[in-house]
Ligand binder design. Sequence first.
Ligand code: ZN
Length: 180
Amino acid sequence: MEVDQRGRFVSSALEPVTERDLAEVERQLGRPPRAIRAIAHRCPSGHPSVIQTRPRLEDGTPFPTLYYLTCPRLCALVSRLEAGGVMREMTERLATDPPLAEAYLRAHRDYLAERNAIEPLGTEVSAGGMPGRVKCLHVHVAHALASGPGVNPFGDEALDRLADSWPAGDCAAEAGQIGS
Ligand SMILES: [Zn+2]
């Protein structure tokens, strides 16, 4: 069992990828998933919602995004949040809320530490704009779901804002009802 500096399990929730998961993720993305390493989170209806990917693609290209949101329903809900301008507002708050900026910096370091434990890419670039900006909420929601509450403040916040829409219900049944 891997444990980080604060004694938190870092990989206990990761599940190996089954053939069924692979087929489901391919259906969700509309293409075969690249560099998939593990299932990091599932929706209540059982399908993968977050995959962990290897730090390099099969051809060696660096792929710094460690956690990738795959559930089409959740992706659409997060896109809708993004379209409402929440990322600009979150980025602005980083300048005026030191504890928030500190928590976001910790999230950035956690992300790098987990990725480096798999394979160091020799870069301090994490994902989603961390630690200075908020560029992609999908990245933060995926990180929050994979890591649990209290790790990625903007991922947690986005999930709070979506609490009325997700994780209730069966994503597969409702996917067609959500516009982006
Ligand atoms: Zn789902």
